[in-house]
Design a protein. Structure first.
Lengths: 66, 916, 121
């Protein structure tokens, strides 16, 4: 249960961060040829930022004490 | 080995296992030991979002457009980041209002409108049928592909197969039977299906496992890792284009639209609402799901692009539908077991979706569409029936069958024209129509039933016109002329370029128009009137109030046994019992004892207490009997804040009451003083009267005697006249002094302030009394006078003080041996004058009394006396004068050792000395 | 035989005037200037009548009156209380304590003499 208002606000911040990560214009930065460690830049960016976001979500809701 | 019967057998075995799990979970639920009361199970069951669209379709989509499959999973991730604001509130509202489906939710929000519930049901059924068709298509295709192993043959077009030989029909029938078994074995008042949820969670694990297995096989079995696949793909120009997305505004627009669409779909699809909201056992599970569900989505998508690219690389020649790569790649490499596992994974994805979706839809159809209609038909006599549960189950079973039938029909009619993903998106766009009324309903109190109806209807019509009908037309089931030329040949009405809007993909195009109309009508019609009482009450329940406020929710429960005594403590036993009974009646129970120990009861008790002791205290009180997870720090802070306000308030009250007490005491004192003053005034007047009458008595007596007896001899006559004169003088002096004192006390005395030589004034006063001292043969010693002492004061007044003190001393010293000594000295700040005598002295108790009016020292007793020498006003007047100049006048004495009167005067007079 | 009268007052001029007045009327007069002296003189002088001031040092007129009334040997003594305080309560108090008359200062000499003669008649 998301009970504390602070947690809700932190999550909302991550929502905005995600919206920023997953949309134009950030995407256009990575939307090109070439590769990063053998991965297409866009794919690499989306996977890494997505996983990071999930990690941050976990961090926010699972932290026991502030 | 993968003959048809093996596949069928494996499928049935798998379904049998699922059913056993469901049955076991139901048993456990009945025993009160829930199997699914676990946040991880909740998060896994949310994985029902991933259907065959994900399992097979994502790869197909990736093969077609590269990374374009991903937004469908980024959207839900973002939605769960908003869990605290939207999902939690929805769950809470749904629990409080006993919501059983999304149609119920919308209907309840807008004044429990049956019409609205019906409309939502129709939209949901129509909107979701393509999605169900998609599952049927995927299962039947994968079955026919797998059973033709080792050949890889794409299945024939759906419409081309005679209906009785169409495996999709049998899939639909089997799924219908299975769903009926799952979802309608018995009727649950809460519309919760624990067994189903347990089975869905297991299916989520199976499909994830299957997909990861394919991924690992393709990436590391067939290639040297992901980088290897990307490198090979990059080398092939027509595959390489999938590595990046089209870098155009339209492409980014589509991307954003899909994120937006999937965000709402993951909440508003009937099955998502069912799992996330209705089947939620415990609100606290949402916390874990916030990251676990996105993680699930991440994992199931991690190999999508590599597998898609590998498929493209492997099946260069074409002829293999990219939607089947997950299955055909293992088959092409003779991985029979893996292929079967993949098929089972796909079956999991499909059955999970179909079961939950059709159960949710059948609940809606039954509760919001069929039953309201049946109950309106009086001749059926349904309203009078005691037990309708059998009928309800029957309706739901038929609803499940019909919905799957319609799904199959859509599959036959339109299934071949679209890829899996495109079919799914049509459904997504349909349920997106619920977003304005649901989200708006949670946060905006102004929405009305009419607005919701108009908005939903407008959105639905536009969705159907711009997305559903073209899908029929493309499959040839409708004439496609209206797509190219518009309805009735009107260009502006071309469904995919409505009003000439071009440059958007069909989904975005549909969303722009349908949501615009939806929102416009919802808000526009809503604001035509204020919500009526019913709507307003529901709005309060959904939008505001205790139930919806995230921080005041209870995730745990307590029973009547705990809560009633608690409430009794604050409300009194009788009132508390009365309130609980009322609550029980509201819930349709007969007595307080029947109240279940649930969150609603806890909330009720908290509300009840809030009225009596304030919200923070109520929460703290309820917390004392409710076992709940520990409070978060900011909640504790909230409680502390509020408590400290209460404390501050009570401190204020205490202070007020103390002030009142003090004021009362002061008033009592003042009253006492007034009485005292009144008494003193009486005494004073009485004393003045006495003082005036005494000389008058002598005067009158002697006057009368002289008057009566003219022959009084001369000596007597002279003596009597002398007495009369001196008594008259005394009387005059008395009157003067009384007036003087009155003037001094009222502050109306006139003062002439000048620099005064103290020793000069003392000498002058002494001189004026020389005769009296000589008469009594008393020594006046002025040797102790310092010269040159000056003060700022009124000369005449100071003189008056000195004369008073000297004549006072003279009055009390013995004749002949009497001795009065005057001293004067000074410090930097003040001048001190003393008058000492060798009289009888003054007892300590009388030393202040002598400064009272009309009281004179009497050598040790305090009996009031009449003394011819004085009026008893000299000392009080002297003290008034000295204090006027900020000095002090007092006496030091012990009985038998004489008295010493002292006064001090500051050298620099205060304010009083400055004026005149 | 002349009646004996004891004048009790601490105000010398009043004493002088009363003494002169009553002697002229033919009474046998003695003077006391405080409460104790009054009691002493009362025993010694055995006056028929006493003019008793209320406000005096040592013992007030009220006290003296009370003590005399408690003394059976003084039963025949007539007491006229004199006071400069003319309040009702004091008149009542004096009479209650056994005074035969109560005269407020300043008084008419004629009235006083008439009152004395009435009491002694």
């Amino acid at each position: 249960m998301i009970r504390t208002r602070l947690t809700s606000q932190r999550l909302a911040f991550l929502f905005l961060l995600g919206c920023f990560f997953f949309n134009y214009p950030v995407l256009s930065i990575f939307n090109k040829g070439g590769s990063i460690f053998g991965f297409p830049p866009l794919y690499a960016w989306l996977m890494v930022s997505w996983l990071t976001l999930i990690g941050l979500l976990a961090l926010v809701v699972e932290r026991k004490h502030d | 080995m993968l003959q048809g019967w093996v596949v069928v057998l494996a499928s049935f075995l798998y379904l049998g296992v699922l059913f056993a799990i469901a049955w076991y979970a139901d048993r456990r639920a009945d025993l009160g030991r829930s199997l699914i009361a676990n946040p991880a199970v909740y998060a896994l069951s949310l994985g029902v979002y991933c259907t065959t669209w994900t399992f097979y379709g994502s790869v197909g989509r990736a093969a077609a457009s590269g990374i374009g499959f991903l937004p469908i999973y980024l959207g839900p991730t973002l939605l769960f980041a908003l869990a605290g604001f939207i999902l939690f509130k929805m769950i809470r509202v749904a629990k409080v209002n006993r919501i059983t489906s999304i149609a119920d939710f919308v209907a309840s929000r807008y004044g429990k409108s049956q019409l609205l519930g019906g409309l939502v049901t129709v939209i949901a059924v129509v909107g979701v049928i393509p999605y169900i068709a998609l599952q049927l298509k995927a299962v039947s295709n994968s079955f026919s592909i797998l059973s033709s192993y080792p050949e890889i043959i794409m299945p024939a077009a759906a419409g081309a197969v005679p209906i009785l030989q169409d495996s999709a029909l049998y899939v639909a029938m089997i799924l219908a039977a299975f769903t009926i078994l799952f979802g309608t074995r018995h009727l649950d008042a809460t519309e919760r299906h624990e067994g189903m949820v347990a089975a869905i969670a297991v299916e989520s694990l199976v499909k994830l496992g299957a997909f990861l297995a394919v991924g690992v096989f393709v990436v590391w079995g067939l290639h040297d890792g992901v980088a290897d696949i990307f490198a090979r793909a990059a080398a092939m120009p027509d595959v390489a284009r999938r590595l990046a997305s089209a870098d155009t505004p339209a492409a980014y627009g589509t991307w954003g639209t899909l994120i937006f669409l999937s965000m709402f779909a993951s909440l508003l699809l009937p099955r998502q609402f069912q799992i996330a909201v209705v089947e939620n056992v415990d609100e606290s599970h949402l916390r874990r799901a916030v990251w676990m569900f996105p993680l699930y989505l991440f994992l199931i998508n991690i190999f999508v692009l590599p597998v898609a690219l590998a498929g493209l690389l492997h099946f260069k020649a074409g002829g293999v539908d990219a939607d089947t790569f997950v299955l055909t790649l293992p088959m092409a490499h003779q991985q029979e077991a893996l292929a079967l596992f993949v098929f089972i994974g796909g079956l999991s994805a499909a059955t999970g979706m179909v079961i939950v979706e059709t159960i949710a839809l059948s609940t809606m159809v039954c509760n919001d569409l069929v039953m309201p209609l049946l109950l309106r038909m009086p001749w059926l006599g349904l309203a009078a029936k005691a037990d309708l549960s059998g009928l309800l189950l029957e309706i739901r079973r038929w609803a499940i069958a019909i919905i799957l039938g319609l799904g199959y029909l859509y599959f036959r009619v339109a299934g071949e024209a679209y890829a899996l993903v495109s079919i799914g998106l049509i459904s997504f766009a349909a349920v997106a129509q619920f977003a304005p009324v649901v989200i708006g309903g949670l946060f905006w109190k102004g929405g009305t039933r009419d607005g919701a109806l108009a908005g939903l209807a407008a959105g639905f019509v536009l969705w159907a016109y711009t997305l559903l009908l073209p899908s029929f037309a493309k499959s040839g089931w409708l004439p496609d002329g209206f797509i190219a030329h518009g309805l009735f040949g009107v260009e502006l009405l071309r469904p995919q370029h409505l009003f000439g809007l071009t440059g958007l993909d069909e989904i975005t195009h549909c969303l722009v128009w349908s949501l615009l109309a939806n929102l416009g009508f919802y808000i526009g019609i809503s604001i035509q009137r204020v919500p009526n009482v019913r709507e307003a009450r529901q709005a309060t329940l959904f939008v505001g109030g205790n139930e919806a406020a995230g921080h005041s929710g209870w995730s745990a429960s307590a029973g009547v046994a705990d809560l009633l005594p608690l409430a009794s403590r604050f409300l009194g036993r009788e009132r508390a019992e009365e309130a609980f009974l009322r609550h029980a009646r509201q819930r349709g129970l007969n007595s307080v004892k029947e109240l279940p120990a649930d969150t609603r009861l806890v909330n009720f008790a908290e509300n009840l207490l809030t009225g009596a002791i304030g919200s923070a205290s109520a929460r703290a009180m309820v917390a004392s009997v409710v076992s709940e997870e520990p409070l978060g720090i900011d909640e504790v802070m909230n409680i502390l804040d509020e408590a400290s306000q209460v404390r501050a308030y009570s401190r204020e009250l205490e202070q007020k009451s103390r002030e009142l007490t003090r004021a009362t005491a002061e008033l009592r004192d003042a009253n006492e003083r007034l009485r005292e003053l009144d008494r003193m005034k009486d005494d004073f007047i009485s004393t003045v009267t006495h003082e005036l009458r005494t000389p008058l008595t002598s005067i009158r007596a002697f006057s009368e005697m002289l008057h009566e007896d003219p022959k009084t001899d001369l000596e007597q006559r002279t003596k009597f006249l002398g007495i009369i004169v001196s008594e008259t003088v005394r009387l005059s002096r008395l009157i003067n002094q009384i007036l003087d004192l009155a003037k001094l006390e009222s502050g109306r005395a006139e003062w002439t302030v000048t620099a005064i030589d103290v020793d000069e004034v003392i000498h002058e006063a002494a001189d004026s009394l020389t005769v009296l001292f000589a008469e009594k043969r008393v020594t006046l010693d002025l040797a102790g006078l310092q010269t040159g002492l000056t003060v700022m004061a009124d000369r005449d007044r100071l003189m008056q003080v000195m004369v008073n003190l000297l004549s006072n001393a003279l009055k009390f010293v013995p004749t002949d041996s009497g001795r009065v000594r005057v001293g004067a000295d000074g410090t930097a700040n003040e001048v001190r004058v003393s008058v000492s005598d060798n009289g009888p002295g003054i007892a300590a108790a009388d030393q202040e009394l002598i400064f009272d009016k009309f009281r004179q020292g009497s050598g040790g007793t305090d009996v009031l006396t009449d003394k011819p020498q004085g009026t008893g006003l000299g000392l009080p007047i002297s003290r008034q004068i000295i204090e006027y100049f900020n000095g002090r006048l007092w006496v030091e004495s012990s009985p038998g050792a004489g008295a010493r009167f002292l006064f001090t005067l500051p050298r620099q007079a205060g304010d009083n000395g400055k004026n005149s | 035989m002349a009646h004996r009268i004891l004048i009790v007052d601490d105000e010398p001029n009043i004493v002088i005037s009363l003494e002169y007045l009553l002697k002229k009327e033919g009474f046998d007069v003695t003077v006391a200037t405080d409460g104790d002296a009054a009691l002493h003189k009362a025993t010694e002088f055995r006056p028929h009548l006493m003019l008793l001031d209320v406000m005096m040092p040592k013992k007030s007129g009220f006290e003296v009156c009370e003590l005399l009334r408690a003394d059976a040997t003084m039963a025949d003594l007539k007491i006229i209380m004199l006071t400069a305080k003319g309040r009702e309560t004091e008149v009542t108090k004096g009479l209650a304590l056994g005074a035969n008359a109560y005269i407020t200062k300043p008084f008419s000499t004629k009235d006083l003499v008439a009152q004395i003669k009435t009491l002694l008649a």
